[in-house]
Design a binder for this molecule. Structure first.
Ligand SMILES: C[S@@+](CC[C@H](N)C(=O)[O-])C[C@H]1O[C@@H](n2cnc3c(N)ncnc32)[C@H](O)[C@@H]1O
Ligand SMILES: [Zn+2]
Length: 269
């Protein structure tokens, strides 16, 4: 289902590479992903290694499992037996892996693609050895033909409504997961004298009908400083707060933090 970034024809999978009828060829990296980004010489895209490793460790510990559970339940409800799914901005594939597992448990046979602009994230994702096809690519130029996906989901990654609409089948579903106003509030209270609430974007999207919103809220109890440190390092606050605030976080050995998300569902019109 990948399309060639040069000529747009479909790529065919071979054991070590993907290749188009004109011979444009994309080798699989050791970890299995392919690089469909245009050559730019700009170096690394996306989150850095500290952030990626922190997010992987934090997510693998299961702190966001209630969100994964709800997302899987919604995807199950919106799809038939063998859905073609896109994890748009898959990062290090925590949700890609979890959704594959959850849907398989529910008796489905999903075909799953994941794209992210960060090759470092995809290397970590590839190490999960899951049955998903992964590519480095931009959300704003998806390497897929029109109308191929039953459902696209996006967890905290940039929104590219036009491209999501293009690659979805008619009446296909888009699920967007966003943080709510007071997500991670207690952490922010520790870091900032006057913490600000997250802005929650308007729900209307061009080319989509809004189906509904599911809120997912739960407290997270941390009883070890390593988990608190991972949570802190996977947020942008880690890069924005002064050293004294970071030291305050490092000295904690217990903390309760609210996780508050919304999953917004849309149908392509
Ligand atoms: C907050 S992370 C979320 C990752 C994953 N969905 C998760 O929740 O674990 C946002 C992801 O979006 C990716 N990203 C940012 N801009 C992108 C773009 N223009 N195209 C593709 N991916 C992008 C980043 O590399 C990062 O992996
Ligand atoms: Zn080609």
């Amino acid at each position: 289902m990948f399309s060639c970034p040069f000529c747009k024809q479909l790529l065919c999978e071979e054991p070590t590479r993907w290749v188009c009828p004109d011979g444009h060829s994309f080798d699989k990296a050791k970890s299995g992903y392919i690089n469909l980004l245009p050559p730019s010489g700009k170096g690394q895209h996306g989150d850095d290694r500290t952030m990626l490793a922190a997010r992987r460790d934090f997510l693998n510990s299961g702190y966001y499992a209630p969100l994964l559970e709800e997302l899987s339940r919604l995807i199950d409800g919106y799809t038939e037996d063998a859905p073609v799914l896109l994890d748009a901005g898959c990062g290090e594939c925590y949700y890609t892996e979890g959704i594959l597992a959850e849907l398989s448990l529910r008796g489905k046979r999903p075909e799953v693609y994941g794209i992210d602009i960060s090759k470092e994230a995809l290397i970590l994702g590839g190490k999960r050895r899951i049955d998903a096809r992964l590519a480095a690519a931009s959300l704003y130029k998806l390497p897929f033909p029109d109308h191929g996906f039953d459902l696209v989901y996006n967890v905290f990654a940039p929104l590219s409504a036009e491209e999501f609409c293009r690659v979805l089948k008619p009446a296909g579903v888009l699920l967007l997961t966003i943080p709510l106003q007071r997500h991670l509030w207690e952490l922010k209270e520790l870091l900032y004298a006057t913490p600000y609430e997250n802005k929650v974007a308007d729900t209307a999207l061009p080319c989509f009908e809004f189906l509904g919103r599911t809120d997912v809220r739960f407290p997270m109890h941390f009883e070890d400083s390593a988990a608190i440190e991972s949570l802190f390092k996977m947020t942008p606050y880690y890069y924005r707060t002064p050293k004294s605030a970071a030291e305050k976080i490092a000295s904690l050995d217990a903390l309760t933090v609210s996780a508050e998300f919304a999953i917004l569902a849309y149908r392509k019109i």
